[in-house]
Design a protein around this ligand. Sequence first.
Ligand code: LLP
Length: 421
Amino acid sequence: MNHFDYKNGELHAEDVALSAIAAEIGTPFYCYSTATLERHYRVFSEAMQKDALVAFSVKANGNLAVLKTLASLGAGADVVSGGELKRALAAGIPGEKIVFSGVGKTKAEMALGLKNRIYQFNVESEVELLALDEVAGALGVKAPVAFRVNPDVDAKTHAKISTGGAETKFGVPWSHVHTAYATAAKLKNIEIVGVDVHIGSQLTDLAPFEAAFTRVVELVGDLRREGHAISRIDLGGGLGVPYRNDNLPPPDPAAYGALAARITKNTGARLIMEPGRLIAANAGVLVAGVIYVKQGENKKFLILDAAMNDLIRPAFYDAYHEIVPVAAPTADTQWTHYDVVGPVCETSDIFAADRPLPVLKSDDKVAILTAGAYGATMSSAYNARPLAAEVLVKGGEWAVVRPRMDDDALFGNDRIPPWLG
Ligand code: LLP
């Protein structure tokens, strides 16, 4: 469910025509819908237990306006770097609603988290634990810790976004978990608070969640018997979204919430959830203009002004994104098939192969859908292409929430060494 619809022959974000934004700021740009973000957040949090912490995964979409929109509904944040932590704090998310994940937290990042009294560090190894103990000791505070455990469960998603298998770098290996907790219990500056798990992203089946959550709940029982005070269970993120209109939709948040509640019900623990994609993906589109339509030897290329540097998911994961014209097709519309590509000098700079679309011409606009998560956050300035603008719509209003990168931001930070004059 989202708020991008055709009205009066034009694709709108809520009550704003995307062509009106394009006319004012040019293309490409990301456009996010407040109503969709709010709806997804509400549907998700209402599906969870009342006291659960819903910590939005900032890596999905870290724009301050997006974070502030979610913060105003009560969202917390799941961060994986000092930069994301600063973004969350800058958007008004209090430390007490922030959890810090990731296999390679530096001591400086740990100190930043401790100074801001974050809710929990999801620690992924014993070496990291020792570093955290040292940093907390130097600051004279105790670090609240959950170990992220690796339950060795196959998430049955794309290999590049699967994190719960024993072969991945993520989490404390299952066979080391008990020693990790025993070590933590002996450290003066560490307070054990919970257990954390995250097995992967874009899961379209509940079975891997069920397997992982069940293992974690058994573990919580064992750890408590060993004398550890486990009061929180962080179940991570990972619930998938529909990218294709013609596929079966993934399980809805209500089914996912019910599963989490059923499996954890006798633990008495507070649940933490870290959804990213589910909140943001369908709340954003990437609007691009057609530069040229090029006839190849045996196919037609629709060359857009957006490219893999703006949205890398198709190139990186062979991800499918729906692409629709901004001008609504009519009964008279002529259709054809295009390879939809960008101007970047890489063969993988392709958004879609052999895709049915109306016949289009230079300056026409298209929208690449389900681009609100892992779109702008994964973009780069490759080929010296400025990062795209970002826009947030609310009802009939819209605002640029990140202007297109200018030349100064693009290369103004480069420095010429003295020997080059
Ligand atoms: N928590 C942790 C510890 C994570 O590593 C992630 C995502 C999440 C939560 C949020 O997962 P979500 O609810 O969004 O599935 N760039 C890839 C996705 C990478 C996900 C990495 N971790 C993509 O574009 O598909």
